[in-house]
Design a protein around this ligand. Structure first.
Ligand code: ATP
Length: 199
């Protein structure tokens, strides 16, 4: 099987995440995709909403996608959610399957600063998409050649036009009472309103 893994803070999950997940399934011929919200993201100062709320919203975003499952593995593990630990665990669980970890260009371009990037590359391939024109495919290729030349075959660039949205933009829109049309799903919007998140 070809299994995708999509980690993130998902604070909140948005249509950009959904489009990337669905395009990756199609373009990489994934049999399934495991979406894994972080408990504590190691790469950014975090004072966002609770992990349980982020997990619940992520489940709502992906509930109609039959190949996608949302996993609570990093919430169960607690502590900082290091990708090297998550992918090592998945490698043990799926010893014979191909594992591909999805990232956006912002995350790819800091990959050399992640904990144990070489070990991550031993467990999974990395698929990256350009999130906006500031990091096009050529600059991602240059980055890979500069930092991971020996392992360059472990990287895949996924070429499609993403939706240029971030969770930061969604949080700001909710806080400022601006419309979130097209940014988040109806179910996620309802959850945010009911729980009075991001105000
Ligand atoms: P924030 O604005 O809070 O930093 P974010 O929108 O970047 O959040 P994350 O949950 O941190 O969302 O992202 C999880 C993963 O999804 C990362 O690899 C990120 O690069 C990728 N990603 C986020 N938004 C998009 C998008 N619009 N298109 C493609 N990939 C995305």
């Amino acid at each position: 099987m070809r299994i995708g893994i999509f980690g993130g803070t998902f604070d909140p999950p948005h249509e950009g995440h959904r489009k990337y997940a669905c395009e990756a399934i199609r373009r990489l011929s994934l049999d399934r995709l495991i979406v894994i919200p972080t408990f504590i993201p190691p790469h950014k100062a975090f004072d966002g909403v609770s992990a349980d709320d982020r997990l619940a919203m992520t489940r709502l975003l992906f509930e109609d996608e039959e190949r996608i499952t949302v996993s609570d593995t990093e919430l169960v593990r607690k502590g900082k959610s290091y990708t090297c630990e998550t992918v090592a665990q998945l490698r043990e669980e799926y010893p014979d399957d191909e594992l591909i970890f999805l990232v956006g260009s912002d995350m790819l371009l800091s990959f050399h600063t992640w904990r144990k990037p070489e070990e991550i590359l031993r467990c999974v391939k990395i698929c990256a998409v350009s999130r906006d024109s500031s990091a096009d495919e050529a600059s991602m290729r240059r980055y890979i050649d500069e930092h991971f030349y020996e392992d360059r075959d472990r990287f895949i660039i996924c070429s499609f036009t993403p939706i240029e949205i971030s969770s930061t933009q969604v949080r700001n829109a909710v806080k400022n009472g601006e419309p979130t049309d097209g940014m988040i799903s109806e179910q996620v919007r309802k959850y945010i309103i009911e729980k009075e998140l991001y105000l």
